[in-house]
Design a protein. Sequence first.
Length: 326
Amino acid sequence: MTGLLFAQAPPVPDTFNVLLYGPPKSGKSTAAATAPGPILWVSAEGPGALAYARKIAAQRGTEINEVRVDPRGNTQDLLAEVVAHVRERREPVVMTVVVDTVAKVREALIAQLVVPNARNSLQQYREVAKTIREFVRDLRDLPVNLVLIAHQDVQDADGERMVQPLVGGALTAELPGEVDVVAYTHSYKDEESGERKYVGQLVEARGRIAGDRSGGLGAFRELDLGDWLGAYRTALLPDYSDVPFAPESEPEPESPAPPPDEDPFTAGTVDPARPFPRTPLGVMAAYQAHGKPKDLLLRLLKEAGRDRVGELTEGECDFVIAGLGG
């Protein structure tokens, strides 16, 4: 046996995946239009459904590129083309894909794939679920924001109410687990301004399922997905506030100019055997990349005779980086 191969921690993602659900007119489509653009919008809600969303997108300096789901067409091929468009970075290159609504897309797939009263109808419904599941997972793993929109499904049983996204079949329970953020959308009238505010509920309460993998969005947040993405990424960034480093006011020393006979584009190239530069920033990069405990970094600093990373000389940086594993 060769032993386990441990995966290297990926960088903090630049995108996220969101499931917005709630009652009609609760701000779902408007919120989706605040996601980073250009936006590829898979619409199954009719030709006039995006008028206000287009206005919001235009006000934010971006655009919506709409593709419509035709229940009489080949929805399976359409979804495959959406994935291919994103994966191959075809023009227009989009930053967000919106599916509006997941339940209507499922209905279109049922119209295409399920034969009424067929003996193998159960298998056909499974093919519908498989198509949507693979579509969501493909986009989830590509460098694009994904926004799934759903209406609410309210169930009352044994005196308790459960509110969840209306998708249909097994996907109702599955899809919330495939995304980074699940938010219940609703509105309220602000007593001071008299304006109606549209917010997302991001924690489970009152029977509504919700959640946020970053833990940085709070319990409620106004519906602005651009703001949500920024807060989501910030919450996932490593916190080095308790790691000793040079004061921010101390400038980094300038790199000396290469001798006249050296190519300025190759001079100072990092040694492949030591991928981190022998600088304080290189030390912090090695510390982050290797995920070593802070106690090890502090011990290495002490052995180098320094109190802060920013005080290290080039040779001392080399020593500390090597001690961190790189």
